[in-house]
Design a protein around this ligand. Structure first.
Ligand code: NAG
Ligand code: NAG
Ligand code: NAG
Ligand code: NAG
Ligand code: NAG
Ligand code: NAG
Length: 410
């Protein structure tokens, strides 16, 4: 009788295997290959019209049977401004294995604020191709547009598109994306919640205008883990309403460094609270970690901010609070001051070299002095001639502990 169970098991195993494969296939995402849905791909010639704009996002977005996946296979695609709009019925993955190129004709980018946008999606995964394939490239073709940026000379300058704009995106992940030569900011987040950005690379020339790396506004619970950001403006900028932002393992430079602010411009400024920047390196940047507020300004608050385990190499203003930010004020001083209260800021274990003599500069507002600022284990050397690095502080209350080079602030 022993042969019957043996036979039974022998029969059962293939059935189980087959049915689990079947079940797996059924539960996997429904794949929408853009080439099967309107996008033309002709990778043979450079001037080919590979268009993604014609792709109808409502099909995967309205797929009602579980997760859907948009696949952009390898190849080069020309893409004019497009926004993929939710809400979608299920989770959605947008996987880019190819490289996308932005428009170079002014009629397709002047006064258009977004190149690739995603809006109102819960559960989005936006990812580049697998490691080493060179996929997931968003090439904004910025050199065609930077000359139209006259914003440092006139206030009536045209708007240029952000490479990747995420508005009202929740419970989502962006990973392995490479953004090149954005015409404006590389990645702009607004009103996002629970968003993870992992292993991305952002590149634009040092002199390119307004090419912030990641700009965050009105967003909560954003984690950035692993990024290499070489650009013309801020590496990461957090403006009003940024809360619970965790930045870890970022390499910045060239560019203007990591910035909180400018704050205090809008009359309804929302607070910035709970920012942590850890294990981050700055190389040849204009600033390291900076908090800046407009002067004059409306009242606001920036609090619970930690900058820790940071290396500076040849950075112009490694540790910087600037509450007198007013680039267009010239030398006029009408006596008004920033009303943005800065509270609970910790600088912990910050080491390296400053390319200016003042390595620590905390210039707080005389009407709302900074409170509870902590300097713990600071070692910054001036790499020029003319004596050691110095610290300059005004209207700051706080404590210093551990190593203090330069010393004398708190
Ligand atoms: C996209 O597809 C949906 C569903 O099939 C359809 O209703 C809609 O008209 C399409 N939109 C465009 C721009 O083709
Ligand atoms: C404006 O920026 C451009 C580079 O983007 C630079 O060449 C020019 O000198 C700047 N002008 C002023 C007035 O700062
Ligand atoms: C996101 O995930 C959280 C936690 O799982 C959930 O409570 C929430 O409803 C989700 N969606 C949005 C839009 O926040
Ligand atoms: C800020 O984001 C929240 C969602 O997190 C949204 O409800 C609110 O409208 C946004 N604020 C503005 C000014 O758009
Ligand atoms: C920062 O520099 C240190 C020392 O060179 C290195 O070990 C670390 O990996 C760098 N971190 C990043 C995020 O590049
Ligand atoms: C500053 O930190 C203290 C103690 O850590 C906390 O009680 C206080 O609420 C914080 N202040 C603000 C404005 O967040």
């Amino acid at each position: 009788m022993a042969s019957i169970p043996t036979f039974g098991i022998a029969l059962l195993i293939p059935i189980l295997l087959w049915s689990s494969v079947f079940a797996y296939q059924n539960s996997g995402p429904k794949i929408f290959n853009v080439r099967d849905y309107g996008a033309r791909a002709n990778g043979h010639s450079d001037d080919s019209k590979n268009e993604l704009n014609v792709f109808n996002f409502s099909l995967p977005c309205q797929w009602g049977f579980g997760e859907s996946k948009v696949l952009v296979p390898r190849g080069r695609y020309m893409l004019n401004s497009v926004t993929f709009m939710g809400p979608c019925l299920g989770r959605i993955t947008f996987r880019i294995e190819g490289s996308l190129r932005g428009p170079t004709s002014p009629s397709q980018f002047l006064n258009i604020d977004t190149w690739i946008g995603f809006q109102f999606i819960d559960g989005l995964t936006l990812e580049g191709g697998s490691h080493g394939t060179g996929g997931g490239v968003l090439d904004g073709q910025g050199p065609s547009a930077w000359k139209y940026n006259t914003c440092n000379r006139t206030s009536s300058c045209p708007v240029l598109p952000v490479n990747l704009r995420l508005d009202f995106i929740t419970n989502s992940t962006v990973q392995n994306i490479i953004s090149i030569d954005s015409k404006n900011t590389h990645i702009h987040l607004f009103a996002c919640q629970r968003l993870h950005i992992n292993h991305i690379r952002l590149t634009a020339p040092e002199g390119s205008p307004n090419t912030d790396g990641i700009k965050i506004g009105n967003s909560t619970d954003v984690k950035i883990l692993g990024a290499k950001i070489e650009t013309g403006d801020d590496c990461i900028a957090m403006v009003f309403g940024s809360k619970d932002i965790d930045i870890n393992q970022v390499q910045c430079g060239p560019g203007h460094g990591i910035s909180i602010g400018s704050l205090g411009r809008q009359s309804t400024d929302q607070h910035v609270q709970g920012i942590t920047v850890s294990n981050t390196n700055f190389t040849g940047t204009q600033n390291g970690v900076r908090i800046k507020t407009w002067s004059p300004s409306s009242p606001s608050l920036a609090s619970d901010i930690v900058f820790q385990y940071i290396r500076m190499e040849n950075v112009n203003n490694p540790i910087f609070i600037d509450q007198q930010y007013c680039p267009y004020c010239g030398f006029q001083d009408d006596g008004s001051r920033s009303q943005v209260q800065i509270n609970n800021v910790t600088y912990r274990n910050i080491q390296g070299t400053s390319s200016s003599k003042v390595a620590v500069s905390l210039q707080c507002s005389e009407v709302v002095p900074c409170r509870n600022v902590k300097l713990e284990d600071i070692n910054l050397r001036y790499n020029g001639v003319g004596g050691p690095a110095t610290a300059s502080c005004s209207h700051v209350h706080g404590t210093a502990s551990g190593e203090q080079l330069p010393s004398g602030c708190l």
